[in-house]
Design a protein around this ligand. Structure first.
Ligand code: GRF
Length: 185
């Protein structure tokens, strides 16, 4: 089987990266991760990549004068490793429309809400404050508008009476780890 080459962009813990690494380790999974790129050298996800023998690259956004310059470096790094698909997995940078336009229907993101509800940050806190009964997560294609774009897959998670931001985050994360590999496949 010829596997599609994928690069994963992270900024932090990388538990979704781990779910993708585990899925890609299966012989029949049609994708291989060729590089993990982080804008943050402290990201724990880099250690996960090392452990899996995946090449890593740090591109620190603070070393660039503009978003355009950072995104150009990112694009070059993706081309260099032969990536055909890009997965954003807790990558905490807003990408320019120019950059996004170079990966049409080739870039996925995972977001911890049932989009189009709760775009942006602190999704679970806001859901709890609003008293909604279901939280969840979404994998979607990336378009220039943040946390928008065609939805590939979602998982709904019931909000329980005693949920805190922490407990809800944990239960939604478990679902994220199920749906991201499915969406990538
Ligand atoms: C996840 O909740 C993901 O949905 C959001 O950022 C978080 C990343 O977590 N985009 P991790 O680094 O994959 O553990």
């Amino acid at each position: 089987m010829t596997k599609q080459k994928c690069a994963v962009l992270i900024s932090g813990n990388g538990s979704n990266l781990q779910a993708l690494i585990d899925a890609c380790a299966k012989p029949d999974f049609p994708v291989q991760i060729v590089r993990v790129i982080s804008n943050n050298e402290q990201a724990f996800g880099l250690q996960r990549a090392h452990k899996a023998g995946i090449e890593t690259l740090i591109i620190d956004h603070r070393g660039f004068h503009s978003r355009d310059d950072f995104d150009l470096a990112l694009h070059d790094a993706l081309i260099e490793c032969g990536a055909q698909i890009v997965c954003l997995a807790g990558f905490m940078r807003i990408l320019t429309a120019d950059f996004v336009g170079k990966w049409p229907a080739k870039m996925l993101n995972i977001h911890p809400s049932l989009l189009p509800s709760y775009r942006g940050l602190h999704t679970h806190r806001r859901a709890l404050e609003d008293g909604v009964k279901f939280a969840g997560c979404t994998v979607h294609f990336v378009v220039p508008e943040m946390d928008a774009g065609p939805i590939v897959i979602q998982a709904a998670v019931p909000i329980l009476p005693n949920d805190t931001e922490q407990t809800l985050t944990q239960r939604v994360l478990e679902q994220e780890h199920h749906i991201y590999p499915q969406a990538l496949r």
